[in-house]
Design a binder for this molecule. Structure first.
Ligand code: G3P
Ligand code: CA
Length: 254
């Protein structure tokens, strides 16, 4: 077989552990981030939301019911929205048992605790601001927390992303030097305008084509795609020359 020259091989994409190594440990917990590090990920992804008293905590869903024992501890607080509980209340929750008894007592971390716990690792961070429309001003609060942990502000260590592109325009104004990712698949015609403030376009893998990746690259932005857990699909998107693969299984990336 003819082996193509090295330059023709697609570059190895960055491996991003989605909510940590969340196929093997409870999502958005320090346990999942530490496991991602052990499994050789390059970065970890997390979701930030705000408590009733405006503290930043990690949670994917806008309610606490799926991944904690909130229903049992606070039966009167249905539907258990993140923003309906104080940090003191959220600190009492168990975010590990729903996943596996061996993670019993794993807490819902604050963003600050996570930045502190993971700062000595070699991992980068893909920080998603989740549902910012529910939390007016969250961009400033995230920026303030990041400034308290300057080791994360070094070159290449941090990207901030959201499904809410207006929130990302705001974040760019608040922290102009931090790279910005837009989650979704914008129309190709919109790429030049988005490239004025964004550094990445992050589509789901099933909306990706090689041509789309080329177009994004032409506007000097990167492509990180999600959530790719199947090794054959990891190889396929690598052949499309994506820059990053966001996966629940960081042990499986090429
Ligand atoms: O990083 C992209 C991905 O996290 C977006 O989807 O719903 O898992 O936050 P979701
Ligand atoms: Ca996310």
């Amino acid at each position: 077989a003819v082996v193509p020259p090295a330059a023709a091989q697609p570059p190895a994409p960055t491996t991003v552990a989605h909510r940590g190594a969340s196929a093997y440990a409870p999502e958005n917990t320090v346990a999942a981030f530490e496991l991602a590090n052990e499994q050789g990920a390059d970065m970890f992804e997390l979701d930030v939301q705000e408590t009733k008293d405006h503290e930043l905590v990690l949670m994917h869903d806008t309610t606490l019911a799926r991944t904690t024992n909130v229903e049992r501890l606070f039966p009167g607080l249905a539907p258990w929205r993140v923003g309906d509980l104080t940090l003191a209340q959220i600190r009492r929750l168990d975010a590990g048992s729903w996943f596996d008894a061996k993670y019993k007592g794993e807490p819902v971390p604050t963003l600050g605790e996570t930045l502190r716990a993971m700062s000595a690792s070699r991992l980068g961070l893909l920080l998603e601001i989740k549902a910012p429309g529910l939390y007016p001003g969250i961009e400033t609060r995230v920026a303030d927390e990041l400034r308290r942990h300057p080791s994360w502000l070094g070159p290449g260590r941090l990207i901030v992303q959201s499904f809410d592109w207006n929130s990302m325009r705001t974040f760019r104004r608040v922290m102009p030097r931090v790279p910005i990712g837009l989650i979704g698949t914008p129309a190709i015609a919109d790429l030049p305008g988005l490239a004025r403030f964004a550094d990445q376009i992050n589509p789901p893998y099933n909306e990706l084509t090689p041509e789309y990746v080329r177009r994004v690259h032409r506007h000097r932005m990167e492509v990180f795609t999600w959530t790719v857990d199947d090794p054959a699909m990891m190889r396929r998107v690598t052949s499309y020359r994506v820059d990053g693969i966001i996966t629940n299984k960081p042990d499986l990336t090429p």
